[in-house]
Ligand binder design. Sequence first.
Ligand SMILES: [Zn+2]
Ligand SMILES: [Zn+2]
Length: 144
Amino acid sequence: MNLSNCPQCGKVYVKNNYELCPSCLREIEDQYRKCVEHLRKNRGCTLQELSEGAGVPIRMITRFIREGRIATKDAPNVLTPCESCGELIREGTLCANCRAKLSRDVKHMHEDERRKEERHAGEFGSTYMKDRDKHDKHGPGNSN
Ligand SMILES: [Zn+2]
Ligand SMILES: [Zn+2]
């Protein structure tokens, strides 16, 4: 038998797929059921209203949404905070701003690498040098 400590309440329990003891699991299922019920009656409620109406902590509702147990289409006004800046968003874990910033940072990283490679290639005779040679051959004949 595989025993473990429940991360929620600290009690020793027989390990299962949910990594929670049966009583905490039941508690979460109960909270989930309350959320779904409240949403069925108040489809347009916000995260705050859902938390108060269902008596479920916001942290837990956020988790249900992230896990996809509560679909955002069933809760159109329940927004969850962006993990980076805290702005309320409809889907995912980051707001549009932070997502854009993140992809910009990644792009910058790639550009830096490319520039480094170019500089490296430049040390061993570059196309720039060849172009200048060609130009010099034309140059003197045409001027004067
Ligand atoms: Zn527990
Ligand atoms: Zn953000």
